[in-house]
Design a binder for this molecule. Structure first.
Ligand code: ATP
Length: 300
């Protein structure tokens, strides 16, 4: 390694929200086939990478539930780069763990972008292959988090097609502070081969059109998640009771739900109202859309 000096890379890891999630089948090896539309929030974790041998650290309000270095996806991704053995990793965790918003996957994808950025400033390493295929083995949601763009994702998470025209919408994210295990939710799923989304997703120009289209789609994991964790129905009811809420749905395998609102002020007012009603819940007003630009590593 010829790199010298206090080089640091900071990467934003935005929360992934499944606006729809259709379970369309299951492979003989147990992997589920999905058809999902994902968008990214402007809330997320932050990963710092620097040249050195400091131990992996985790800080932030949600640090307590994050696995240690051995079990953490961030360090597992760093190990995919044997040509960069001396990288110190420091994660600031603000997303709740096991919450259906892909926190671990977003962190893993951020580590991937960060390692590539570090490698790009090392002239002798620039021809190295990107270990992209290995990411899917670490987690089916990781490839969709790499670009952090609105995308339709199919297969087992390996077919990711960006939807560049999709408009950002204002939303409120609410987690009732109960972790849900993704495998448990899939095990509770009754029907494992539901209808896919329509072949073509139409061009949608504003929040109203997005909501009208989303209303015709589903999250197939909502019913099984609710059977395991009834407080999800409280979250959906509280969101739907907000005067300007246009649609409320669970993200991923739960328990986080999102409510879509017509504007930023409406979303902020609703977030304040939900926080006042349930101070024990995790509540965030956000925009949901493309976070590709913000997710780009900042080299200092
Ligand atoms: P999924 O991607 O399955 O929808 P999720 O959003 O429900 O996941 P995550 O917060 O990604 O949940 O956590 C799933 C599991 O990943 C946790 O049980 C945790 O042990 C593990 N994990 C590994 N690395 C991390 C990380 N950096 N942050 C959070 N969880 C992690």
């Amino acid at each position: 390694m010829t790199l010298r000096g206090p080089l640091q890379v900071r990467v934003f890891a935005p929360a992934k929200i499944n606006l729809t999630l259709h379970v369309t089948g299951q492979k003989p090896n147990g992997y589920h086939l999905l058809d999902t539309l994902v968008a990214f929030a402007d809330v997320g974790d932050t990963l710092d990478l620097s040249v050195g041998n400091a131990p992996f650290t985790v800080s932030g309000p949600e640090a307590a539930n994050v696995p240690d270095a051995k079990g953490n996806l961030v360090t597992q991704v760093a190990h995919l780069f044997p040509d960069l053995p001396h990288v110190s990793l420091s994660l600031h965790k603000t997303l709740p763990v096991a919450a259906g918003i892909g926190g671990g996957s977003a962190d893993a994808a951020a580590a991937f972008r960060g390692m590539l950025a570090l490698r790009s400033v090392m002239p002798e390493q620039q021809g190295e292959e990107q270990p992209y295929d290995e990411l899917l083995k670490l987690g089916a949601d990781i490839p969709m988090c790499v670009a952090s763009s609105v995308a339709r994702v199919q297969g087992i998470g390996d077919v990711v097609r960006a939807l560049p025209q999709f408009p950002a919408v204002h939303a409120v994210l609410v987690n009732p502070r109960v972790p849900l295990s993704t495998p448990d939710v899939f095990n509770a799923l009754k029907c494992r081969a539901n209808e896919a989304m329509p072949e073509e997703i139409p061009t949608l120009s504003d929040a109203g059109e997005v909501v009208d289209w989303l209303a015709g789609q589903r999250n197939d994991l909502e019913a099984p998640a609710l059977s395991l964790q009834p407080s999800i129905s409280d979250v959906l009811s509280v969101l739907r009771a907000q005067p300007a809420c246009l649609l409320a749905r669970m993200s991923g395998s739960g328990a986080t739900c999102f409510g879509v609102f017509g504007g930023e002020n409406a979303a902020r007012d609703a977030a304040r109202a939900v926080m006042a009603q349930r101070p024990d819940w995790w509540v965030q007003a956000t925009s949901l859309g493309d976070q590709a630009r913000r997710a780009m590593p900042q080299v200092r």
